[in-house]
Design a binder for this molecule. Structure first.
Ligand code: TA6
Length: 282
């Protein structure tokens, strides 16, 4: 049996279901080119999708892997995390082999995007599942006549069994901006990062892979092209204040995001940029 890609309806919205012969699975919504689910062969779900996520085709979907573009968070005048996550992307490529399934989705500028961000662009997100790996690659082309600046992220909501029991390894020694503490710049000094309070950090220039350890499973996380790593957990009070997250939602999720945030990318006319995040179930 070869890998398979099916067009499905997911909570009333169009999506793609990817499956490999070995048993890896993923669901990708056309809205935002957002991966909503991923499980490696023989393993359980590795992403967090809020049970209160709204699927109305225009509200950002809480969970999975939102694509933030052309603005990360509130680093500019656009709505938080930019418009890419609320727009419907189009399917550009679907390919399968014996042991992989690949789709790529595209978003290009139109009157509505130019009204808020006056630039010509083409964004393409490729999603590959192969063996125990999920690979996401975002390519941005400047199709307009002038250079533009952007920030971006793959805002990955990892599913965890219990956030306080999870350990992030690999961030020791890196500088970060702490959004929970007036954006102070600090340096990570712990051997591992354990989430025990609201955490909202942009780690700068992280040039090594990370490991997320849980009781009985681990996940390798690698970024390429994205210089920064964001670690976010809203904890008790913020979780309760977020309407599309259950009050205890923070216990089951941990965002480890591949981002370009500290320094915007300046993309000259006619040029391209790409960034990738790879998750490997261990
Ligand atoms: O990436 C972290 C972050 O920017 C946090 O500050 C937090 O607000 C989160 O993203 C979620 O943002 P959203 O707009 O999806 O509620």
């Amino acid at each position: 049996m070869a890998a398979k890609i099916e067009h499905i309806d997911h909570h009333g919205q169009p999506a793609l279901h990817l499956a490999t012969a070995a048993g890896a699975r993923a669901v990708v919504a056309l809205q935002g080119a957002q991966v909503l689910s991923w499980s490696p062969p023989g393993g359980g779900e590795r992403l967090y999708l809020s049970p209160r996520a709204v699927f109305d085709g225009s509200t950002p979907i809480r969970g999975g892997i939102p694509v933030c573009f052309p603005q990360f968070a509130d680093l500019g005048p656009l709505t938080a995390h930019g418009f890419a996550r609320t727009l419907r992307w189009t399917l550009a490529t679907e390919r399968t082999g014996d042991d992989f399934a690949l789709v790529s989705l595209r978003l290009v500028d139109d009157d509505a995007t130019r009204a808020v961000w006056p630039h010509g662009f083409a964004a393409e997100l490729s999603v590959l599942i192969e063996d125990s790996r999920l690979d996401l690659e975002l390519e941005i082309d400047n199709t307009g006549g002038e250079a533009f600046d952007f920030t971006a992220a793959l805002h990955t909501y990892l599913g965890v069994r219990e956030v306080e029991e999870s350990r992030i390894e690999g961030l020791h020694g890196f500088e970060y901006r702490d959004k929970t503490d007036a954006n102070r710049i600090r340096r990570d000094s712990g051997d591992v990062l354990v989430i025990e309070a609201e955490t909202d950090r942009v780690y700068h220039d992280v040039n090594r892979p990370l490991l997320l350890r849980e009781y009985d499973r681990s996940l390798g996380i690698n970024g390429d092209g994205f210089p920064d790593v964001v670690v976010w957990n809203p904890w008790v009070e913020r979780s309760a204040a977020i309407a599309d997250l259950p009050d205890d939602g923070f216990r089951r999720m941990l965002c480890i995001e591949a981002a370009v945030a500290r320094q915007p990318v300046r993309l000259p006319a006619g040029e391209s940029w790409w960034g990738r995040q790879t998750l490997v179930a261990l």
